[in-house]
Design a protein around this ligand. Structure first.
Ligand SMILES: [Zn+2]
Length: 446
């Protein structure tokens, strides 16, 4: 498993956390429980680069991670994500004057983002995704969709901008991907936008976001390193969506113009924060796993009928680590495609949130802080008077603006230390109506 760093190529990756076997197909849901329970697992061994803090699963096996249209990793079912995405579309359309241009969207999901970009910017686009399940070919927005991986090399059409949201971290060869795009750009002036989970977030918490399909974990510095090493100029970079996502805008042959972003490009000083997150990760992960198993046990014992809200990949990881024996009363999700179906390995059945109005749980566990207000509102509409809990380590500063108009697009590189996390937890108090139980010391939004 010895491997030279994909980002900087200047050091060998050093293993620091072995999470064992975890579900491979964490975006897939099955019609029957037995098939779900028998679905494949893969080994997760995280290793980091001492030179640039890039993190990768060095046990990743591309042969077991095959994407197809049965998978649903779509984030667009959430109004919070939709609103964020709509603002991003406006931002990119304006900043890169995309009218009349051609955009490639690599890993386009079900095409929502590219369609909206074409519609708003007046550009055309080609979307590629092996998980794309819609009609193949051109649609009214100006976008053309292909169900499958984007071609490499000469097979790739000419483009003015390439976007790739939440796909880059899935690649076995992220450097080759970027180098290939750069080569394809040739002497033309082109731009790029990548969006990935922020590794500083993922590794400063307990590891609920560390999932098998995510091969790479990029923080501020390692993302800059891989982009620059592949021959691109960094235009702008920062975090988004409550600090959970990291974006980078890049250009080729745009050197005659000033850089777009107003903030300095992250450098070696930014690496230290990530290295300290890496150093504490395994201990934090084990402590959080145990705490949640104990917590669910207590809730079940006192008849609180605890439920999990959110059957996305983070929820699947949570269930794998904290509820493999299925003590939770229910798992619900807003995505109708998941209702009545079973999650990988643990085989929890997913229900509609509406079932909670009958079940009347006293405790709702949520794994994604960015959807906290949305879930709270939904619970109130359902007449559910529950206490919402989430791992304290997931409570994060909300100083990120998702609005590109009212505030700067960039929100800086947030500190990922525990005092910031504690401050965020207390400053978020009151956003959520929690009535029933007192908050135990190490849980809850309080
Ligand atoms: Zn490196």
């Amino acid at each position: 498993m010895s491997r030279v760093c994909d980002s900087c190529a200047q050091a060998t990756l050093v293993p620091f956390a072995d999470l064992g076997d975890i579900p491979v197909l964490c975006g897939v849901h099955w019609a029957d429980a037995e098939a779900a329970a028998a679905s494949p697992v893969g080994r997760m061994v995280l290793a980091y680069c001492p030179s640039c803090a890039y993190v990768r699963n060095v046990a990743f096996d591309p042969a077991v991670m095959v994407y197809d249209t049965t998978m649903d990793t779509n984030l667009h079912h959430s109004p919070a994500f939709q609103a964020f995405s709509a603002e991003l579309v406006k931002h990119l359309a304006d900043r890169y004057r995309l009218g009349g241009k051609r955009v490639l969207d690599v890993g386009c999901g079900q095409g929502e983002f590219l369609r909206e970009l074409c519609h708003t910017a007046g550009c055309t686009g080609i979307g590629y995704d092996a998980m794309y399940a819609g009609p193949v070919g051109p649609d009214a927005s100006g976008a053309v969709f292909q169900s499958g991986y984007a071609p490499r090399g000469a097979g790739l059409p000419e483009f003015d901008m390439v976007t790739s949201r939440h796909w880059f971290e899935h690649l076995d060869d992220p450097y080759d991907f970027l180098a290939d795009l750069r080569q394809r750009a040739g002497t033309r002036q082109v731009y790029g936008y990548l969006e990935v989970p922020d590794a500083c977030y993922d590794l400063s918490t307990a590891g609920w976001e560390v999932i098998y399909p995510h091969v790479s974990y990029f923080d501020a510095y390692s993302l800059v390193r891989i982009v620059e090493r592949a021959g691109w100029r960094v235009e702008d970079t920062g975090t988004l969506f409550g600090g959970m996502f990291r974006f980078i805008e890049m250009s080729a042959n745009g050197d005659a113009e000033p850089r777009r972003g107003g903030q300095p490009v992250p450098g070696p000083a930014d690496r230290e924060r990530q290295l300290s997150a890496v150093a504490g990760f395994m201990q934090r992960h084990e402590a959080e796993r145990k705490a949640w198993r104990d917590r669910i046990g207590e809730l079940v014992e006192r008849g609180a009928r605890p439920v999990l809200w959110g059957a996305g990949s983070r929820g699947v990881q949570f269930l794998t680590f904290a509820d493999a024996d299925r003590r939770l009363a229910a798992v619900v999700d807003v995505n109708p495609r998941k209702w009545g179906r079973y999650l990988p390995v643990t085989a929890h059945r997913v229900e509609s949130p509406e079932t909670l109005s009958m079940l009347k749980p006293d405790a709702v566990i949520i794994t994604n802080p960015s959807y906290r207000n949305e879930i709270g509102e939904h619970l109130r509409r359902l007449g559910v008077d529950a206490r919402a809990s989430m791992p304290r380590s997931l409570a994060r500063p909300r100083k990120t603006s998702s609005s590109h108009q009212s505030r700067p697009f960039w929100d800086g590189n947030e500190a990922c230390n525990s005092s910031t996390l504690r401050r965020a937890t207390s400053s978020d108090s009151g956003r959520y109506t929690l009535r029933r139980a007192r908050s135990p010391s190490h849980f809850g939004i309080s």
